[in-house]
Ligand binder design. Structure first.
Ligand SMILES: *Cc1c(COP(=O)(O)O)cnc(C)c1O
Length: 392
């Protein structure tokens, strides 16, 4: 099919909930993609942080194909090896106690919020279901995770939203204490605010929030949907913050491109969900779970050190270019935000870069790079050359 044919069908038959860029991607390999006209692109997006091993990775493909040839789906009323093995890999690598799988980040966060409320209900009874989240956060697109998202622009149209959320400012402990109360059961946050603009929280703030949670018997809920699975240069970002969260959600990169996500709980929270209290038809799907096992196996210490090196390289190169429209970079590992200055918006810059063969994302008012964690030196340099030529 030609680009025009695909676009026409999409315009006619697809709900216009996205303003798409005028490109139809056909296939990829590593961090390189080709559109339906055979044009090449360097991928600094991984979808949105999803294809952690790049496109059409051989090991991933084999893990997926082998499992698809054995068993694509069975309900959660039965045991499967991929589910158990993926859960074991997550727990042994993080010190968490157990896992429940879902299909997306929003579902992982829904599970995390439900778990926190039930934990508190079991211990204290009704009236303690409020979760404190941060301004500028992003937690998903369901009615409840929109309510959890601390940005006013997401609290529109879909009234009534789920009650029981209050918002505090990032890196400001007083602001967290100001919204405390007897109705609070948990604090939920991203350690690097992703959609909000790639804003890493300060170590000291995060540790003080963890202390406050311990003192008030609140659960510490960490949304690692974007930061997790090697993206920040450790398996999970919380491992760089010297905290022990009670519950951690994850999704995006976990299965290297297949819909997968979930929550991990510590000892204290491992028995909150009893049979019948939470469920999902697709969550823990054997193919996605087999893919997750493969992704986790690949993310060893050497691999993670390379993620940190590549992130440092990309940031140093971008800053060295000193482009008139770009400012400082920030982030952790291969989760990189770049300040946009001058009269062109981040959307305009992204559109121009994509037109010239480099896929990038925006976040908040800036640009965002989330390349496949396996991106090669050559691919990074090709992408950087397009960046320099397009924006200088
Ligand atoms: C993407 C994202 C979500 C939502 O994930 P979906 O898979 O789109 O539901 C939630 N939290 C964070 C931090 C995210 O980046």
């Amino acid at each position: 099919m030609t680009f025009e044919e695909i676009k026409n069908l999409d315009e006619q038959y697809v709900m216009h909930s996205y303003g798409r860029f005028p490109v139809a991607i056909d296939h990829g390999r590593g961090a390189t993609l080709w559109d339906v006209n055979g044009r090449e692109y360097i991928d600094f997006t991984s979808g949105i942080g999803v294809t952690s091993l790049g496109h059409a990775d051989e090991g991933w493909l084999k893990a997926v194909a082998d499992q698809a040839g054995k068993l694509a789906h069975i309900s959660n009323l039965f045991y499967t090896a991929p589910y158990a093995l993926a859960a074991q890999a997550l727990c042994t690598r993080t010190g968490m106690a157990n896992v429940m799988f879902a299909n997306s980040g929003a579902e992982g966060n829904e599970a995390m919020i439900k778990l926190a409320r039930k934990w508190s209900f079991d211990k204290y009874g009704k009236g303690r279901g409020t979760v404190i989240t941060l301004h500028n956060s992003f937690h998903g697109r369901t009615i409840t995770t929109l309510a959890a998202t601390g940005q006013d622009k997401f609290h529109n149209y879909f009234f009534p939203f789920t009650e029981g959320f209050r918002y505090a400012d990032a890196n400001d402990l007083d602001s967290v204490e100001a919204v405390a109360g007897h109705d609070v059961c948990a604090v939920m946050m991203e350690l690097v605010q992703g959609e909000g603009g790639v804003l890493p929280l300060e170590q000291e703030f995060v540790q003080k929030v963890a202390d406050l949670c311990a003192k008030r018997d609140w659960l510490l809920l960490i949304d690692e949907v974007q930061t997790g699975v090697g993206r920040t240069g450790t398996l999970f970002a919380f491992q760089q913050y010297n905290i022990q969260p009670d519950v951690v959600s994850f999704a995006k990169g976990i299965a290297g491109g297949l819909p997968f996500g979930g929550v991990m709980a510590n000892e204290k929270c491992k028995a909150v969900f009893s049979p019948g209290t939470h469920g999902t038809t697709f969550g823990g799907n054997p193919i996605a779970a087999a893919a997750a096992c493969h992704v986790l196996e690949r993310l060893d210490d050497v691999f993670l050190a390379q993620v940190r090196e590549k992130g440092a390289y990309l940031r140093a190169q971008v800053e060295e270019m000193n482009l008139p429209c770009l400012g400082k970079t920030r982030g952790l590992g291969l989760m990189i935000g770049i300040e946009v200055k001058g009269d062109k918006s981040n959307q305009e810059l992204a559109a121009k870069l994509i037109e010239n063969g480099l896929l990038v994302l925006t976040a908040g008012p800036g640009l965002r790079f989330l390349p496949p964690l396996t991106i090669t030196q050559e691919e990074m340099d090709k992408g950087l050359a397009i960046l320099r030529e397009t924006l200088s």
